[in-house]
Structures are given as structure tokens and as C-alpha cells.
Design a protein around this ligand. Structure first.
Ligand SMILES: [Zn+2]
Ligand SMILES: [Zn+2]
Length: 320
């Protein structure tokens, strides 16, 4: 064998070795499945500048699944992207699940339908929700017909597909199954509204979200040791301050700290995240007593009194 041929052989062998090593290395460093919960809005109908309307993103391997479209949803998604959750790039917002049709949970519907499209999303929005969601979507498109016409036919040259919406009106059961996640809807008890909670099963986490509900057995049945339970709540101290009429409303529509503690003690989530903390109308009453009774401090005090598990009060743009 000549020296030249020997040199080629050595080179080929080295290259082969390098390739083999690289493949092995790639297999080792393949990123693990990642499920992030991003709180986009933890508020209520109250126009609190610190708390956008109810909206949560479950981001699995970079794909976001939205729950509810509260006010400010797309701007909060952009803020989360700026914090490093690249999956929440607004043009990536393509799938959403609505818990019920109260306005605080749907005021961001036109935003999530139109803003990502204006930014370049080409795919229609896929929306899962109760009966009436299709009507709402059709009316939103009618309301914005002038905008859609101008943007698609005028000099903005927007695409003709990304403003469309495919609505799936759901019943309890598995409503979505994809590579990243299986989503199950279950009925909750929110006055006389058709309302759902959702259970997300990803390859590495199970997340249950209540939407709005009075204490509902379905939460217990669907969590059962889930990794994270995200649940709405009001304080007992604020309940004591509201009128008899509003007491009736709260009992029929929402869940107190004490009742949530009972549910969570049985459901045993790895982490309980509190959101949609009801306000006792303090903007109208304007008294410190009222504000204190419904405050986050009071809420956590009550929760710790009744519940021994891991619990946090959620804030906008927190990532779990
Ligand atoms: Zn609500
Ligand atoms: Zn509601």
C-alpha cells in the first residue's frame, strides 16, 4: 500500500468515527419532552392592569395550546415569547379551547383570530368550545368584514387563509388527540352555563384546568394526583362582605378557598395554582376592608389554613 492510499484510509476511518460519534451524541442530547404552563391572564372581568383576562397556554415541545381567550391574550403571548417561551410567537397561536362563553373568557377571541393572521399566520385557527362558539366566531368575522376585505384586497397583501376559523363544538370526553397532547373536556358547574374544564395529558405531565365553576366533583375525578391543578377561587373573607344577592351568585358560580381546599386535599395535585380570584366589587366600594378581604395575602392565608399541599397564587406571565 502506498503512503497516499494509507493516508486516504486513515482519513476515511476518522470521518466514519466522527460521524458515528456525532450520531451517538445527537441521540444523547435530544431535548427531553418539555411541557410549560404559561399564565397569560389570571384575572376576572375586573379591568385590573396587572391581570389580563383569563387565558392559559400549555406549551408542549414548543407548540402552544390555549385555554380561554381573555383580554390581552396576544400581547401577553408576545411578552412570554420575549421572556424566552419561543413557542408563544403570536403566529404560532393556532389551537384554543374555550371553557365557557362568558365575556371575560372570550373578549380576546377576535384578537387571537386576527392579530396572528395580520402577523403572517397562514393556518386557520382551530377552536374547541361549547355550543354557541360557532355563532360567536361567525359574528366576529362579520364584525371585522371590512378589516378582512381591506387587508386581503388592499396593499397589505394579507393571506386569504389565516383569518379563517374551524370551530369544533364539543361534548364531554376526549376532544383532541395529537402528537404532543391528549385533551379531555369535562363538564363543570357554572350557574346555568354550558361550561367545561380540561385535562391535558402530555408525554411528561398531566394538567387540569377548572375554568369557572362552583365546587365540582368532576375536578376531583379528573385530577386524581395530576401534576398541576389550575383552579379559580374566591376568599371566604370577601364572601362575608358581599350582599345576599351576590352570595347566591357566588355559591352557584364560583368556588371558595375552603371548598377548593377540600377538593384539592382529595385530588392531591403536585401543585395547585390559584387563578381567576374573584373580586368583591372593591372598585365600587373603594374601602380598604373590602380590598384586604379579597387580596392575594388573604387568599393564601385561607388556603394554608385549610390545605396542606403545594399551592401558589398565579400571576400573569409566570411559567410553571
Ligand atoms: Zn370568568
Ligand atoms: Zn364565567
Amino acid at each position: 500500500m502506498t503512503a497516499n492510499r494509507l493516508g486516504y484510509c486513515a482519513l476515511a476511518f476518522t470521518l466514519l468515527l466522527l460521524l458515528t460519534c456525532r450520531c451517538a451524541l445527537q441521540a444523547q442530547v435530544r431535548p427531553p419532552v418539555k411541557t410549560q404552563i404559561v399564565l397569560l391572564g389570571t384575572g376576572t372581568p375586573l379591568p385590573d392592569p396587572e391581570r389580563s383576562g383569563p387565558a392559559t397556554a400549555i406549551v408542549v415541545n414548543g407548540t402552544p395550546y390555549l385555554v380561554d381567550f381573555g383580554t390581552g391574550i396576544v400581547r401577553r403571548a408576545a411578552a412570554a415569547r420575549n421572556k424566552g417561551v419561543t413557542g408563544l410567537e403570536p403566529t404560532n397561536l393556532k389551537i384554543g379551547f374555550i371553557t365557557h362563553l362568558h365575556s371575560d373568557h372570550t373578549l380576546g377571541f377576535p384578537d387571537v383570530l386576527l392579530t396572528p393572521w395580520i402577523m403572517g399566520r397562514k393556518e386557520p385557527l382551530e377552536v374547541y368550545g361549547p355550543a354557541g362558539t360557532r355563532d360567536m366566531a361567525e359574528h366576529i368575522l362579520k364584525a371585522y368584514a371590512t378589516d378582512v376585505k381591506t387587508r386581503t384586497e388592499g396593499l397589505e397583501h394579507s393571506n386569504k387563509t389565516g383569518y379563517e376559523v374551524n370551530v369544533h363544538e364539543i361534548k364531554p370526553g376526549v376532544v383532541y388527540k395529537g402528537q404532543n397532547v391528549t385533551v379531555k373536556a369535562f363538564s363543570v358547574d357554572h350557574g346555568n352555563l354550558e361550561a367545561y374544564g380540561y385535562r391535558f395529558e402530555t408525554p411528561n405531565r398531566t394538567v387540569v384546568i377548572s375554568g369557572d365553576t362552583r365546587p365540582a366533583p368532576a375536578i376531583l375525578e379528573n385530577c386524581q394526583g395530576c401534576d398541576v391543578l389550575i383552579h379559580e377561587v374566591y376568599t371566604e373573607a370577601s364572601f362575608a362582605l358581599v350582599s345576599d344577592e351576590w352570595k347566591k351568585y357566588r355559591l352557584a358560580y364560583h368556588t371558595s378557598s375552603k371548598r377548593l381546599a377540600e377538593i384539592a386535599s382529595k385530588a392531591k395535585p403536585g401543585l395547585l395554582i390559584l387563578y381567576h380570584r374573584a373580586n368583591p366589587g372593591c372598585d365600587q366600594a373603594r374601602t380598604n376592608d373590602c380590598r384586604d378581604a379579597g387580596s392575594e395575602e388573604q387568599l393564601l392565608k385561607e388556603m394554608h389554613q385549610y390545605y396542606k399541599g403545594n399551592v401558589v397564587a398565579g400571576h400573569d406571565l409566570e411559567i410553571y
